[in-house]
Design a binder for this molecule. Structure first.
Ligand code: ZN
Length: 232
């Protein structure tokens, strides 16, 4: 099973989600399962996503209308909650869920978040709760914003929760990026390029930070396991 911080090739990410070619950024209850969000904070990323609250909260921007010939530039048009035919867009579906949660009508929607760090290379950021949504002006037009908080949905035991604190923080994209370049996308112990993971050198539970590249390194699954066995 994949863990937050795992580096995975695009094809493996698609396999993980039942063999679907994931292309859209927002996927509400994909095939009736989890909702999935794909994010990208690289400099050329099309949307203004943001990691705040020391890595515990993600603000995700909604999506534009599709680019079509003869239609206006999608970046100049309000992000829609409905398609011209009247059905609800992913923006609308996520927004409605956040509203239901805020009115205490439903549990928060659980969302899996993946982040692109390089062409074909993604990082699993973990499970999040969709806790809020709003529409704001970006200066030219209205865009959706979604607030997602890291959750420990799968971790039921308190002990496990404490052991897993490192996975309770998103490593900011800039840091992921910096570390990827510094470590050349390889395990720092054996230079393997497979089954990589973003590892906290000093664990969060011992005062280590997710926010500085000096405390983050890339390890393969084998060396990551060897390290956690030593600590426990
Ligand atoms: Zn290794």
């Amino acid at each position: 099973m994949i863990k937050p911080g795992d580096v995975i090739p695009y094809l493996k990410m698609c396999q993980e989600e039942g063999g679907i070619n994931l292309q859209r950024g927002m996927n509400f209850r994909l095939r009736g399962g989890f909702s999935i969000i794909l994010m990208s904070l690289r400099p050329d990323a099309p949307y203004a996503d943001e990691v705040i609250n020391e890595g515990k909260t993600l603000i995700y921007e909604g999506h534009n209308i599709r680019k079509t010939k003869g239609a206006p530039d999608p970046k100049s048009v309000d992000q829609p909650s409905q398609y011209p035919g009247g059905s609800i867009t992913e923006n609308g579906l996520f927004y409605n869920k956040a509203e239901e949660f805020k009115k205490n009508e439903k549990d928060a929607e659980i969302v899996k978040v993946y982040e692109k760090i390089r062409k074909g290379i993604w990082v699993y950021n973990g499970l999040f709760k969709l806790v809020d949504a709003w529409i704001k002006s970006d200066g030219k037009r209205n865009v959706f914003n979604f607030k997602l908080e890291v959750t420990q949905y799968e971790e039921e035991q308190e002990e496990k929760y404490i052991a897993d604190l490192d996975h309770n923080r998103i490593i900011p994209s800039q840091i992921k990026y910096e570390v990827w370049v510094r470590d050349s996308g390889k395990c720092v112990k054996c230079e393997s390029e497979d089954n990589l993971h973003y590892d906290h050198i000093l664990p969060y539970s011992k005062g280590g930070s997710s926010l500085v590249a000096e405390n983050i390194q890339i390890l393969c699954a084998r060396h990551n396991l060897a390290k956690s066995n030593k600590i426990e």
